[in-house]
Design a protein around this ligand. Sequence first.
Ligand code: G3P
Length: 220
Amino acid sequence: MKFFVDTADVDEIRDLNQTGMVDGVTTNPSLVAKTGRDFVDVLDEICSFISGPVSAEVTATDASSMIAEGRKLSQLANNITVKVPLTWDGLKACKTLTGEGSMVNVTLCFSAAQALLAAKAGATFVSPFVGRLDDIGQDGMELIEDIRILYDQYDAFDTEILVASIRSPMHVTRAALIGADVATIPPATLRGLINHPLTDKGLATFLADWEKTGQSILDK
Ligand code: G3P
């Protein structure tokens, strides 16, 4: 499963990229607004050191304006993935932009019916928002299960499931168990994947016992 980092904070992306675990980046208007920076500067900087897909979202709501914005975003770098909302206009823009060779991430997906439409529109990625479904008392990961089953019925569907609105390591683990293609993970959650108290405890015990031997591997 590919790991994308879900942030527009370039410093966070640079830091996490050192782990070798970053396969791409997703941004959205809220994440870009949070940086307080010019969005083209942000995208240019991210694409200067991230070679995987970098999602940048249109802000228009009608198809023709989405297409114009998508073309402009695609010109920034060849790994820019145009993000469009799951609306009829977004699906029309998706069809046109993928037809022109752009990668398109259809976002704000909350049902299997919507995911079916995204695949039929030729989306490169579909972004089901699991955390926001959890927030209203549903089980967001059940949607991922349904989309996985649905997409696997049809060879013609090439759309990758990009699990978004991730709030915990459990979301990442369940997404991988289901067979999602990508998880886009907030920086803190990505860092949190490695944490387990028994690992820390076990390492401390190993080192304490080794210390008692007075030996050093490099001195041998
Ligand atoms: O990529 C979409 C993601 O940023 C939304 O997350 O936590 O605002 O639902 P959240």
